[in-house]
Design a protein around this ligand. Structure first.
Ligand code: SF4
Ligand code: FES
Length: 244
């Protein structure tokens, strides 16, 4: 698909016209730079495929394709097919670090990781931050992206020391950006080029709520905004003082 745009741009440049601006880097489906709507579908018609890996044989000869940039309030348009996805970076930055002891590289088997945890963490870690989930969601929610980032570190033992703080900070940052709330529609997972499952949103909500409750003893009033529930941005205020 991107090579098709290359040919289009070469033709436009030869004619002295402006080429179509689009993002790309690896062209291997691993960097998350590329992405746009093809005939209204984020990342095109092929399941679990980025537009850079989409081949033209999936379309009929002579078929008309309408390509558009991501449409989401949190991704302002820069030019043509390029949008600003800095809001994703803000969420990642809010996640911070994991604690690692300095010194020699630890033995590979020093921290044992169960097969189930390793599989679940890896399934979430494949998120490339492309933004298709946001573009496909009628609410413009970043819950699948944020859930993947929270899950892939929180599930592993190495990510557990900061698990609570990370979930709180990343969800707070997600809510501070212009993303909408998740109402469990599922479009995000359907278009995700890495086939990330909706379960990461449940993981995010569970981590966030548990971390909120752990903090309750420090606060007279706790404000909880479920990240993936159907509360549509409402806030739940607990008006009791927590038991000491
Ligand atoms: S969850 Fe999927 S669609 Fe969303 S940013 Fe990550 S890879 Fe892209
Ligand atoms: S160009 Fe890197 S994922 Fe498409």
């Amino acid at each position: 698909m991107l090579e098709c745009l290359d040919v289009l741009n070469e033709t436009l440049i030869e004619r002295g016209e402006e080429p179509v601006a689009f993002d790309h880097d690896c062209r291997e489906g691993i960097c998350g730079s590329c992405g746009f709507l093809i005939n209204g579908v984020a990342q095109g018609p092929e399941r679990a495929t980025t537009v850079c890996q989409l081949t033209m044989r999936h379309f009929k000869d002579g078929q008309e394709l309408v390509i558009e940039p991501w449409r989401a309030a949190a991704f302002p348009l820069i030019k043509d097919l390029i949008v600003n996805r800095r809001s994703f970076d803000h969420i990642i930055e809010a996640g911070g670090y994991i604690s690692v002891s300095t010194g020699q590289a630890p033995d590979g088997n020093a921290i044992l990781v169960g097969k189930d945890a390793a599989d679940r963490a890896m399934d979430a870690a494949v998120c490339i931050g492309c933004g298709a989930c946001v573009a496909a969601c009628p609410n413009g929610s970043a819950a699948l992206f944020t859930g993947a980032k929270i899950a892939h570190l929180g599930i592993l033992p190495q990510g557990k020391p900061e698990r609570d703080r990370r979930a709180l900070d990343m969800v707070v940052q997600m809510n501070a950006e212009s993303f909408g709330n998740c109402t469990n529609i599922g479009e995000c997972s359907g278009v995700c080029p890495k086939a990330i499952a909706l379960g990461v949103i449940a993981t995010m909500n569970r981590d966030y709520l548990r971390a909120s409750w752990k903090k309750r003893d420090d606060m007279e009033t706790t404000i909880i905004t479920p990240a993936g529930g159907s509360s549509m941005g409402s806030t739940l205020k607990l008006d009791h003082k927590p038991a000491r």
